[in-house]
Design a protein around this ligand. Structure first.
Ligand SMILES: *Cc1c(COP(=O)(O)O)cnc(C)c1O
Length: 384
């Protein structure tokens, strides 16, 4: 459980990101332990948080990296991840990004369309290389999550549809500079019902038989990420339950001799370790409600505005105060710049420190300079 050093925070200008490095370390060691139990390989999805200190810890734990841009590949290399643990997904890989991946001999391109496969083959040919590729397949499996973070349905832009797969394989026969590694999936994010992953496993089992019937052996089954966290109760559930999560794949995925199972976890690894710390600027009486106006806004944590996501709001200066109802908002000139309506919180006063919890994933990485705001600094529990 994260304990905030409120006295130290008093000296600091807000808003800022605060990372609980003990919690991060504990989370990483559990991910490592539970995945290794089944010989699973974990690639950290760097788009969730690309802060150098965080990446350093993740690298020390021996994970690979899942990238969705050339910039992320470069970042992973710069902080010392080895290229042979890098996988690269994304529906719109630009030519320079493909070249960068090839030049550095990254482990695998997770290919999302036939035209992309053709371009990878062309570049690899020009560079005298052979690109390892896995097909990102859209399995049409529900993730029961917010529709903006569902990725594995027919209507989503991601992956190769099952209808198109046969055509892709036919065309691949003539491509001399790509080598088939396996299958890749990622059905969505913030998935808490493990049945969704079970459904994915069953679909993968069918699909791999289909590949084998086409005389292609998927050496790697990459099931992506998407494991959810408890945004409502970060202190009760600071570390997601990784044991049952991995066990679903152990129990329901048919793994053949010589096959590897890969994961791409982002949110579940880093979300609970991060927080946005802000101050109450004003408490304003509205017509129907009281507004607590913070100095942190959607520029610092965009998930509520972007996905209607909820982050627990905690008054850490006055935790025992009498409960009062507030709409908690930021200072940005957008009505969507809100962290929650009708929240019952300990009484808020100007200057109180407020933590926006579970902000370690898709928080700092999505910072923006809208309203020409400065990017907030980050502080770490082990070096404050
Ligand atoms: C975003 C993403 C992930 C990580 O998702 P989380 O929900 O953060 O675990 C994994 N794989 C791919 C391809 C992604 O785009």
């Amino acid at each position: 459980m994260t304990v905030f050093p409120t006295d130290k925070f008093k000296e600091l200008r807000t808003p800022f990101y605060y990372y609980d490095m003990n919690l991060l370390n504990e989370t990483l060691s559990i991910v490592k332990k539970e995945s290794r139990k089944h010989d699973f390989h974990v690639h950290y999805a760097i788009k969730a948080n690309a802060n150098d200190r965080i990446l350093e810890k993740i690298r020390e734990n021996g994970f690979g990296v899942d990238c969705v841009s050339g910039y992320e590949i470069q970042k992973a290399l710069d902080v010392g991840f080895s290229a042979d643990g890098i996988v690269f997904a994304g529906v719109g890989k630009a030519d320079w990004e493909i070249e960068l991946g090839l030049k550095n001999d990254i482990y695998c391109f997770n290919v999302e369309s036939l035209p992309e496969l053709e371009i990878i083959n062309d570049h690899a040919h020009k560079m005298g290389k052979k690109a390892r590729v896995a097909f990102r397949i859209n399995p049409n499996v529900h993730a029961n999550t917010h529709h903006y973070i569902t990725t594995g349905l027919d209507e989503n832009k991601f992956g190769i549809s099952m209808m198109d797969l046969e055509n892709v394989l036919d065309k691949m026969v003539d491509m001399k500079n790509v080598q088939f590694e396996g299958m890749h999936f990622h059905i969505g994010s913030q998935i808490t019902d493990l049945d969704n992953f079970k459904d994915l496993c069953l679909r993968v089992n069918e699909l791999q038989e289909w590949f084998i019937s086409k005389h292609l052996f998927p050496k790697v089954i990459n099931v992506g990420g998407g494991f959810g966290i408890d945004y409502d109760n970060p202190d009760d559930n600071p570390i997601p339950d990784f044991a049952p999560y991995f066990k679903v794949f152990k129990d329901f995925l048919t793994v053949k001799p010589g096959q590897e199972v890969h994961f791409e976890l982002g949110r579940s690894v880093v979300a609970q370790s991060g927080n946005v710390i802000s101050r109450v600027l004003y408490v304003k009486e509205g017509v129907k409600t009281k507004f607590a106006i913070l100095d942190a806004g959607m520029t610092d944590l965009i998930r509520p505005a972007l996905y209607q996501a909820g982050h627990k709001v905690e008054n850490i200066s006055n935790p025992e105060g009498a409960k009062t109802r507030y709409d908690v908002v930021g200072p940005i000139c957008e009505s969507s710049d809100s962290f929650g309506k009708a929240l019952d919180l300990p009484e808020m006063q100007r200057g109180n420190l407020v933590a926006l919890r579970s902000a370690g994933a898709y928080g700092e990485v999505m910072v923006s300079r809208y309203n020409l705001r400065e990017n907030p600094p980050a502080y770490y529990s082990d070096s404050l």
